[in-house]
Write a protein that binds this ligand. Sequence first.
Ligand code: ADP
Ligand code: MG
Length: 729
Amino acid sequence: MSTFRFHALQKATDRTPVAVDDSERKSEIFGSNVFNDKSMRQFLTPEAYKAVKNAIENGIKIDRKIAEYIAMGMKEWALSKGVTHYTHWFQPLTGTTAEKHDAFFETSMDGSDPVEKFGGSQLVQQEPDASSFPNGGIRNTFEARGYTAWDPTSPAFIFGTTLCIPTVFISYTGEALDNKTPLLRALHAIDNAATDVAKYFDKNVKKVTPTLGWEQEYFLVDAALANSRPDILATGRTLLGHTSAKGQQLEDHYFGSIPTRVLQYMRDLEKECMLLGIPVKTRHNEVAPNQYELAPIFEETNLAVDHNSLLMDVMQKVAERHHFKVLFHEKPFKGVNGSGKHNNWSLATDTGINLLSPSKTPMSNLQFLTFFINTIKAVHDYEELMRASIASASNDHRLGANEAPPAIISVFIGQQLTNVLAELEGVSSGKLSPEEKTDLKLNVVGKLPDVLLDNTDRNRTSPFAFTGNKFEFRAVGSTANCAVSMTTLNTIVAKQLKDFKVEVDELIEKKDMKKDDAIFNVLREYIKQTKAILFEGDGYSEAWEKEAKKRGLSNHKTTPKALKAKVSKQAIALFGEMGVMDHVEVESRYEIELEEYTKKIQIEGRVLGDIARNHVIPTSIRYQNTLIENVKGLKEIFGKDFEKVAKEQIGLIKEISEHIEGINSNVEAMTEERKKANALNSSEKMADAYCEKVKPYFDIIRSHCDKLELLVDDEIWTLAKYRELLFVR
Ligand code: ADP
Ligand code: MG
């Protein structure tokens, strides 16, 4: 027992839960490391405070002089909390966050006058070296530099001893180089479009804010065990490993009692979240062993996205204290459930109304139906773009690979709302008669709150489901930056609402219709046009694949195929019209995502080849040699009769050789395919080749390795096994 695996197992088994002091009330510590309203009031002049509020609420630019005062207040607040450094905190197109710390500390040239300094210019704008971030060709064509600029709508926060200032990241020619910039533009677009439509129902609405409540799923694996697996370290998932005899089949983990070591981790994490103002609310075991979920109270989308990105970082850091590694990958283990990140989405007005929540009066329910049906129409018209917004190498393991949900985008609305839409579809064309209107108001629109009480999607297979007062985009991957899916969703709904308004106004002006007649008329047509996207059945079934094909819905099972929709004429026109991204930005993102796909598969291929040859084969040969020694010994004792007693061993020796041959020849063939793929001259062709030619070898190589795992003596196997990764905690 000399291997790293057994040292790791020993360490993991000897661990005890780490003590956590979370005795302080959550409500008391919430947001204490955030430059929030309370600290702004305390540290800013009234004028500076007003400027920040105005920027947050009305998007009004902060002038340079005021920024100077804000920086001063922010610095004083940070210093009072023992902070030494500051950083612009941003979300480049790597999918994670980036930071570069600078000390407040400064001296004059001769080293005299040491002081802590932080001025308006450091707050407002920085120039990180942009050359090492993905840019998809933008920087080859244009000016090479990029800069970060303060986003006052997401408050600065302290992590450790660093003041973090959320920023956008753009090139000097103005193209977005990050995930936040297009998101902010999309939020602006939907605010405009939705406010205009909401005004049909209430003139007082001045602002509509999209809300987001994400649910983060993850796995926790003991750090020592995770470190003993080169595949987990390099790719975030296991590339091989025979499934454990016990997996999730007993259904004994979901909502089960949380293991003590894990609970201590969660308590510690929740405390950090409270300090950072992340309003975490729910924690529980998920379906697979060692799989968990964390969900917050929903927030304004920009802040919710920042909080999710920050959380993923904090989760990993807190995990270190507890000797865990967090796996965010969508499919870290074969044979048990993978992880997703449901994006619960709705629209809130500044008058306090959730536009996707049915309420008490017929008029407000017509408002609900308006936003509800327009959302369905948007998803119907842009289903391929929605699919593209969640495409990644790791999410491919869920979508279209027999895991929730399928690669086909559809919308679940429940039986009762299906009935309501059927009734609305029957309203007459043109002006409605007074009787018809009364009937609609009394029997259809008026009854919504009652029928909606029990509107939950129980089969859970829908990628986009209405769940009572919000839509839930369930196909988003657990590693994803929510900004990407939220930019798409908010943009398509913005475009749809804008078109809706034009149609309704036209009926009012040209056909002399009353407002609600016009609305009913347009909605009726939408209901007729969007039936193909509505689906209530089992999304995993083959029958649905066939049916969806008949309906003309896309079913892109791999990232290279799914991504193409991002650069369709329709998509480029959409993002351009809504002011979210110009074609350069759209195309560069496509390029970056293709490259990222290729690199991920390339790394996985290399790591798999390495492990198969450097771990699996040598260990198997060692075991085979033991068997050979054994057979030789038997021959010595039994003479010519040895074959009878050594039959099993000889069989094993042959079997091991066959698998070794299987590994070697397939690793070689895979390497050849990689070479061919690398020589291709476009990122599209390269991603296709990695997907179609390289990736298929993964399963073949893995199956030889996994068979060997079952044959070889457990005591000399070097890689932590599934039962250890999944059940030691
Ligand atoms: P589940 O989907 O697991 O049944 P819930 O329905 O309670 O759980 O809600 C899940 C998430 O939905 C939570 O993160 C919550 O904050 C979020 N949520 C609830 N209402 C809204 C809303 N109006 N807008 C956005 N997110 C919401
Ligand atoms: Mg959910």
